[in-house]
Design a protein around this ligand. Structure first.
Ligand SMILES: *Cc1c(COP(=O)(O)O)cnc(C)c1O
Length: 405
């Protein structure tokens, strides 16, 4: 398969983008869906902001270097990647915090309704954030499996809140169908795009989404703990009211008035001071992903995962694929169920093939299309075959579970 892989790499229109990232030698990185790689342009951009804008400009940079506008500016650059208008998106806070603000905003827009509907097994933080609002008596959590979601949409539901690409299996929701079903039931919709943005086409405007949020450090390559983004549809901006009424969401933060007056636009979603260093790194990642383009990234993501499955077949491996077999129905990942998934993952990491393990028995391999080669697919499949056939995973060193995975 390695020869075929090299042919595919030679014909790959995105092949040259790999040089725009810093990748360690000897590593096949299949975890870009968890922490994206470092763009080569990020260290010099960080150095410039640290040394010049901070070191020299000091407080003057809030105006001179446009720090004050930075969350909105980076949000505006994320907007075309998710089918939104620039003034509908802001880069701020984490996904968790954005969920809290957006769920609360939705509850205020649907007086008399308290239920937040999601699915069991959604990314934990999404469910925990509903839980936190429930503990304050503000929301009622309702979880229904995917095939029962439509039945669970009744007149008590204020918000349907789902993750587009499931973090464990990669299975996609039909955003258009679920958004219109929720609207027909009188509910609003919030999409978590953490595992979609920068790898899959998303058109929030076309599906009529109300709210969305997503991660800056996965496919957007914004660096560990990068700010997340939040989207509010233009038609809701005038009615938007979120509970974290910090001074950066004020209409005139530097008037230092006692009375809170929300900013009229998406800026209202900001709470405290923007993390300028985090936004600097995120902006570099977003610009690079936007330059490559979501359509091309998606096409390559599908080609990579399909080729990986061909390689697995060629090695005669029979693996239990829990991701949808049709690449149009999954995100940029493949997940396999195996009783020994933890040890297999550790054995692969020891060989330089970095994927991840998700409790209790999932080996998850992510295919960040901006920097992976077909050769990486062939190599990863070869290592996987060797680990499984040699029963290398049985070694003790791969079976001691660390607390942090
Ligand atoms: C990664 C991820 C998050 C991350 O949330 P943070 O608060 O930014 O750490 C949230 N939701 C989903 C679905 C994710 O995959």
């Amino acid at each position: 398969m390695i020869d075929r892989a090299r042919e595919l790499d030679a014909a790959d229109p995105l092949a040259n983008y790999r040089e725009r990232f810093i990748l360690p030698d000897g590593v096949v990185y299949l975890d870009g869906n968890s922490l994206g790689c470092l763009p080569a342009a990020t260290p010099p951009a960080m150095a410039r902001v640290v040394e010049q804008e901070w070191g020299e400009g000091l407080i003057r940079s809030w105006n001179d270097a446009d720090w004050f506008e930075m969350g909105a500016r980076v949000g505006g650059k994320i907007a075309p990647l998710i089918g939104a208008q620039p003034h509908e998106v802001i880069a701020t806070d984490t996904v968790s915090v954005n969920l809290f603000k957006l769920i609360s905003a939705a509850l205020q827009m649907r007086p008399g309704r308290k239920v937040i509907l999601s699915e069991p097994g959604n990314f934990p933080t999404d469910i925990y954030m509903i839980d936190g609002l429930e503990r304050q008596g503000l929301a009622t959590q309702r979880l229904a499996p995917r095939d029962r979601l439509l039945d669970a949409l009744d007149e008590d539901v204020a918000l349907l809140m789902l993750t587009h690409a499931h973090y464990k299996t990669g299975e996609l929701f039909d955003m258009a169908a679920l958004t219109s079903a929720a609207h027909e039931a009188g509910a609003l919709v919030l999409w978590d795009l953490s595992h979609s943005t920068g790898a899959l086409p998303v058109d929030l405007d076309a599906v009529g989404a109300d709210f969305a949020t997503g991660c800056g450090y996965k496919y957007l390559c914004g660096g560990p703990g990068a700010p997340a983004f939040a989207f509010v549809a233009e038609r809701h901006l005038a009615d938007l009211s979120q509970p974290l009424t910090g001074w950066f969401g004020h209409a005139r933060p530097f008037a230092f008035a006692d009375a809170y007056e929300p900013a009229p636009g998406i800026e209202q979603l900001q709470c405290g001071t923007s993390p300028i260093l985090g936004l600097t790194a995120l902006e570099v990642g977003v610009e690079l992903i936007a330059e490559i383009g979501v359509a091309r990234l998606h096409a390559k993501s599908q080609a990579l995962s399909e080729f990986f499955l061909d390689c697995v077949d060629a090695h005669g491996l029979e693996l239990d694929l829990v991701s949808p077999p049709d690449s149009a129905r999954r995100g940029s990942q493949l997940s396999f169920r195996h009783r020994e998934a933890y040890a297999i993952c550790q054995a692969l990491i020891a060989r330089g093939v970095i994927g991840d393990f998700r409790d209790p028995d999932i080996l998850r391999l992510g295919f960040a299309p901006a920097y992976l080669r077909f050769e990486d697919m062939a190599e990863a499949a070869r290592h996987l075959a060797e680990v499984l056939e040699g029963e290398e995973w049985q070694r003790d060193e791969f079976n001691q579970r660390a607390t942090v995975t």
